[in-house]
Design a protein around this ligand. Structure first.
Ligand code: ADP
Ligand code: TRP
Length: 322
C-alpha cells in the first residue's frame, strides 16, 4: 500500500470548497490506507505571504482544528505543523542545489503571484523546493492535490530524479493524485469558490453570519411561481453537493414545478448546512476554545514525523558526502 501525504497552507480558515475538495478526500484516503499517512499544515509556505505573528498562528490553529473537526485520526495519520520539522528546510537547500534556476522561473504559480502580490520575496520563488522537501523527506508515494499544484509535483519528481542520478538512489519518486476539478465547489457568485474571489462559504462562523453568506448567493430574478432550472441555480449547485440523493431529487422537482422562490431555496440550503455540519462545527468551536489540545496533538505528530524525516535526511547527507 501507498504512503499518502498532503499539506494545506494556513492562509485562513478553510472554506467549504477547501473542506469538500481537499480535506475530506485526503482524510478518506488516509483512513483507507493501511500505511501511515502524513497530513500537515504548511505554515512555512504561508510565511511567503503573511508577515504577522498572530495571524500566522491563528490560521495554523484554525486549519488544524478544521482537519480534526472532520475526523482526522491522529493515531492513523501523522498530523503536524511543517515548522516543527526543521529537517525539511535542510533538505530544501540540498534540493535547490540540484534544480535549474531556469526551471523555477517557469513556475506558473510563481508567475501568477509575481503579477498579483506586492511582496515578491525569494521564498515565493523557491516555494517548490520547500514543497518537494515536504514530500521527499517522508518517502511519500501518493500526493493528493488540486490541479493547480500539478506543476509543483512535476518539479518534485524531477528534482528527486536529478538527485538520484547524480548522487545515487536516495528518493522515492512520488505520484500526484489530482482531485477532479470538474466537480469544483461553486461560490456565492457561481464561480469556483476561492478565498481570493471573496465568494466563499465559511461554515466556521456563527449561525447568523453563515446565513448571511447563504443569502448573498447570486440568483436569477424569477418570481416564486415560475418554473426554474435547478442546474442553472447557484443555490441548488451547492445543495446538490451536500444533500442526500432523495433530498436532491425532491428539491429538483420543486424547482421545475414552480412555486419555490429563491428565498425559500436558500433557507433550505442553510438548514441542510446547519444540520449536516452540526457535529463538525461544534468540534471546531470546542477545539478553538481549548487550543492546548490541538497544540499537544501537533507536537506529538511532529515527534513521529521527525523520526521518519531524520532517516531520509541521513540517507541524503551520506549520499552528498557530509
Ligand atoms: P483558495 O482558492 O481559496 O485560495 P487553495 O488554492 O488554498 O484555495 O486550495 C487549497 C485546497 O483546496 C486545494 O487542494 C484545492 O484544490 C482545494 N480547493 C480550493 N477551492 C476549491 C473549490 N472551490 N472546490 C474544490 N476544491 C477546492
Ligand atoms: N502548495 C500546496 C498548496 O498551496 C500546499 C503544500 C505545501 C503541499 N507542501 C505540500 C501540498 C506538500 C502537498 C504536498 O495547496
Amino acid at each position: 500500500m501507498a504512503k499518502i501525504l498532503t499539506g494545506i497552507q494556513s492562509t485562513g480558515t478553510p472554506h467549504l470548497g477547501n473542506i469538500l475538495g481537499a480535506i475530506i478526500p485526503a482524510i478518506k484516503m488516509a483512513n483507507e490506507s493501511n500505511e501511515e499517512s502524513y497530513l500537515f499544515i504548511a505554515n512555512m509556505h504561508s510565511l511567503t505571504q503573511i508577515k504577522d505573528k498572530k495571524t500566522l498562528n491563528d490560521n495554523t490553529f484554525a486549519t488544524a482544528a478544521t482537519w480534526l473537526a472532520f475526523d482526522l485520526d491522529p493515531e492513523k495519520s501523522c498530523f503536524y505543523r511543517q515548522s516543527d520539522v526543521p529537517e525539511v528546510t535542510e533538505l530544501a537547500w540540498y534540493l535547490s542545489c540540484f534544480f535549474p534556476y531556469k526551471r523555477l522561473k517557469l513556475a506558473h504559480s510563481f508567475k501568477d503571484k509575481a503579477e498579483n502580490l506586492k511582496d515578491i520575496n525569494s521564498g515565493l520563488f523557491s516555494y517548490p523546493m520547500l514543497m518537494s522537501a515536504d514530500i521527499l523527506i517522508y518517502d511519500a508515494n501518493i500526493v493528493p492535490v488540486g490541479k493547480d499544484q500539478l506543476q509543483h509535483l512535476e518539479m518534485t519528481r524531477d528534482v528527486a530524479a536529478r538527485f538520484n542520478n547524480l548522487m545515487g538512489e536516495t528518493f522515492i519518486i512520488p505520484e500526484a493524485k489530482i482531485q477532479d476539478d470538474s466537480n469544483y465547489v461553486t461560490g456565492t457568485d457561481g464561480q469556483k469558490m476561492s478565498k481570493s474571489k471573496g465568494n466563499t462559504i465559511d461554515i466556521f462562523v456563527d449561525d447568523k453570519a453563515l446565513k448571511k453568506q447563504i443569502m448573498k448567493i447570486q440568483t436569477k430574478s424569477l418570481s416564486v411561481d415560475e418554473a426554474k432550472d435547478p442546474n442553472d441555480c447557484n443555490v441548488f449547485k451547492l445543495y446538490k453537493i451536500i444533500a442526500s440523493e432523495d433530498d436532491v431529487k425532491n428539491l429538483s422537482l420543486r424547482y421545475t414545478q414552480g412555486g419555490l422562490g429563491y428565498g425559500e431555496a436558500k433557507e433550505i440550503l442553510y438548514s441542510e448546512i446547519i444540520n449536516k455540519y452540526a457535529k463538525n462545527r461544534k468540534k471546531f468551536f470546542e477545539l478553538m476554545d481549548d487550543k492546548q489540545v490541538v497544540e499537544d496533538l501537533l507536537i506529538d505528530g511532529a515527534k513521529k514525523a521527525r523520526v521518519q524525516a531524520q532517516k531520509v535526511l541521513k540517507r541524503v547527507r551520506a549520499n552528498v558526502g557530509y
